[in-house]
Design a protein around this ligand. Structure first.
Ligand SMILES: [Zn+2]
Length: 219
């Protein structure tokens, strides 16, 4: 069993490196907003527990065991978010902070039951994949809305930014996962996109927004 702090470090390492790859201490320190010496001493601790490959002045890497543990914490987080939205009817903008707390509950049976009640979902309410019971994550390849072309119709599949401000922005425009969006025109100057969907014939989305929306192309 690991402490709450250790679990949060593992999760941050996993998220920064997208599950594999390397992370440097400075980057981790910035993401967690924790001073470098503190991060370094935690990395030594995690390395003793065989969760992280750590050598001075070299990038960090999660070990296989570390990846698995991180994946399991993320599984608990994402299942919780799905439960809060699907079963408790909460908004997708309101579930993250609660999941941050529930993800540390040490009871596999609790989350297995949750998974079962939800019908074994593959993704969370933001479209992010839910790792399996071994902590393994299957990444889904999507396109950014900003990379789409005029005339294409796409389906909103996931959001990259899951901050409640961004999700409220989408709520105000009635944008949710599964929505079919048609690209009507693209402004060359700033790459903003005019789209239509539902009853909305002309909605202008900035490039900042389009970079954060992941879509599936319709064939
Ligand atoms: Zn979350």
């Amino acid at each position: 069993m690991y402490s709450l702090t250790e679990e949060n470090y593992l999760k941050a390492l996993f998220n920064i490196s997208n599950g594999s790859g390397e992370v440097n201490v400075a980057e981790l320190s910035k993401t967690l907003d924790i001073k470098m010496p503190t991060v370094t001493s935690m990395m030594k601790k995690l390395s003793e527990k065989k969760l992280v490959h750590y050598e001075s002045y070299k990038p960090l890497r999660l070990t296989e065991k570390g990846r698995k543990e991180a994946g399991l914490i993320i599984r608990k987080h994402r299942l919780t978010e799905m439960f809060l939205v699907d079963k408790m009817k909460m908004g997708w903008e309101d579930v993250h902070d609660i999941a941050e707390q529930i993800e540390h509950i040490q009871s596999p049976v609790f989350f297995d039951k949750m998974d079962e009640l939800l019908g074994y979902p593959k993704v969370d309410p933001h479209g992010s994949p839910i790792p399996d019971k071994n902590g393994k994550i299957v990444w889904i390849e999507y396109n950014k809305l900003s990379d789409c072309k005029v005339g294409e119709t796409v389906k909103l599949a996931a959001v990259i930014n899951t901050s409640s401000d961004f999700l409220k922005f989408l709520n105000a425009r009635e944008m949710r996962l599964g929505l079919k969006i048609k690209i009507k025109s693209i402004e060359q100057f700033d790459k903003s996109i005019v789209v239509s969907y539902g009853k909305r014939q002309k909605e202008v989305l900035s490039n900042v927004v389009c970079e954060r929306l992941l879509v599936e192309k319709e064939n």
